[in-house]
Design a protein around this ligand. Structure first.
Ligand code: ZN
Length: 133
């Protein structure tokens, strides 16, 4: 289910208004001032959560049915396109990953999204280990 679309016409005063994240473990303060049109913004408005919580909620949604999501020791990674000709994650360093389901993947385009906050760990459990480095 998608959140409601951002109100781009929202009055400045309304966007500047300080809000408090509805997730009890977070309760972070935020405004809607600097997030316009991104997926996180839709989630922020629909669920009254801060950008950080919206970011992780978006990650949880993106991970469903994806074989590219990697979680090791509570840290979230994403396997990018191997044929990417632009920037590569970790400067193109080679990583070997063993997923808990037995898959082994080698990539030179691994991206790190950060440490998963405690209150989202249940939704993003560890699913792999690194074989290298
Ligand atoms: Zn929050």
């Amino acid at each position: 289910m998608r959140g409601k679309r951002p109100k781009e016409h929202m009055a400045d005063e309304d966007r500047r208004k300080e809000r408090i994240c509805s997730i009890p473990e977070c309760r972070g303060r935020y405004t809607l001032m600097y997030s316009i049109g991104c997926e996180e913004r839709h989630i922020m408005e629909a669920e009254n959560v801060c950008f950080g919580c919206a970011f992780w909620k978006n990650v949880i949604k993106g991970d469903r049915n994806s074989k590219r999501a990697v979680v090791v020791n509570g840290r979230h990674y994403w396997i990018g396109n191997e044929k990417s000709s632009g920037f590569k994650g970790f400067g193109g360093a080679k990583w070997k990953i063993r997923f808990n389901d037995g898959r082994e993947v080698e990539t030179t385009n691994l991206w790190h999204q950060g440490t998963i906050p405690e209150h989202f760990r249940e939704d993003l459990p560890d699913n792999a280990t690194f074989l290298t480095p």
